[in-house]
Design a protein around this ligand. Structure first.
Ligand code: DAH
Length: 345
């Protein structure tokens, strides 16, 4: 009887010595088997009573050896496995590795300028109002007091949708004016940034798509002086505190009186001379007092309310700011071009 117990102990000892747990899970199984609260060594101890007295001491020593060997194997493997997993996670975040730069995007120059302009108007209480690019004839033209036979309606200038002559790609953000006026009551103070389309030959100076910001302010007693002051503030924010503006009489179907605003650039440098065609004045936007017909068309009583509106082109400002000589570059999505604006906000 004793012999069989002793040989069992021998074989378990061999088992323990040759055990080779490879990961935390195998190590835990090893622990449960040989060192846990119900380990197999405990079962062997119950045979103590069957051992003849002379061999009881040997039995005790062998059982001890089993236990310490098991603990030794466990400790060694535990350290080994922990070190290995630490090394692995360290590898995953090795800060000493050479950097591999992420390809970060950059803001498009048109967005940079547009965001800046929007920000300037938001500071004085204008709210952004965006609307559709596919517009109907009424909101783009009719409501905006552009009669049927107006040259701007010519197929040359407007992209009409083939499925319905009623629908077109908006030719200006002024269409948002009629959208807002027909859906809300004064006071109205909005800016509408967005893309517009015209059926024009694409060249270095003009494109069939570009961006505008429309402004509209309607309330009781809004005057031309209010408009001038608002636009002067805008010009100073964009071009510097010393900026001078001039309003030149002009014509737009939807405003009366209408004007174009120029900003003084001077003629000192070759660049400003070229930009202003030698006059020193740069044309920046169209504006005017909202024509009473437009108010009536959109359900606002011109006897009670008045307002001003303006439309600013974005591309020209972006080209001037970043010295871009060809408007087509803004729409080609050439990474080599766009990458140059990574530092622009
Ligand atoms: N819609 C005009 C254009 O596309 C720009 C414009 C001029 C807008 C005068 C206005 C305005 O609101 O009052 O050229």
């Amino acid at each position: 009887m004793s012999d069989s117990i002793f040989s069992k102990i021998e074989s378990i000892l061999e088992e323990i010595k040759s055990a080779n747990p490879q990961d935390a899970e195998q190590l835990e199984n090893f622990r449960i088997t040989y060192l846990g609260s119900k380990n197999i060594l405990k079962g062997l101890f119950s045979h103590m009573k069957d051992i003849e007295p002379a061999r009881k001491k040997d039995f005790g020593q062998m059982m001890n050896e089993l236990k310490t060997t098991a603990q030794g194997v466990f400790d060694a493997k535990n350290t080994e496995i922990k070190n290995a997993s630490r090394a692995e996670s360290k590898n995953a975040e090795d800060y000493s590795k050479p950097p591999f730069p992420e390809a970060v995007g950059s803001r498009h120059p048109v967005s940079v300028v547009m965001n800046h302009m929007v920000d300037v108007f938001q500071r004085i209480g204008f709210v952004v109002s965006e609307d559709r690019e596919i517009e109907d004839d009424w909101h783009n033209f009719t409501a905006m007091n552009t009669p049927e036979d107006h040259p701007a309606r010519d197929m040359q200038d407007t992209f009409y949708l083939t499925n319905s002559i009623e629908n077109l790609l908006r030719t200006h953000t002024s269409s948002v004016q009629s959208r807002v006026m027909t859906s809300s009551k004064p006071p109205i103070r909005i800016i509408a940034p967005g893309r517009v389309y015209r059926n024009e030959t694409v060249s270095a100076r003009s494109h069939c798509q570009f961006h505008q910001i429309e402004g509209l302010y309607i309330d009781k007693d809004v005057s031309f002086a209010d408009m001038k002051q608002t636009l002067l503030y805008f010009a100073k924010e964009m071009y510097g505190a010393e900026t001078k503006i001039r309003l030149r009489p002009s014509y737009f179907p939807f405003t009366e009186p209408s004007a174009e605003m120029d900003v003084w650039m001077g003629t000192e440098t070759e660049k400003t001379k070229k930009l202003t065609k030698g006059t020193g004045w740069l044309e920046v936007l169209g504006c005017g007092m909202v024509d009473p017909n437009v108010l009536t068309n959109c359900g606002i009583d011109p006897e009670i309310y008045s307002g001003f509106a303006f439309g600013i082109g974005i591309e020209r400002s972006a080209m001037q700011k970043y010295d871009i000589g060809d408007i087509r570059m803004l729409f080609e999505n050439d990474i080599r071009f766009l990458n140059q604006f990574q530092s622009a906000l």
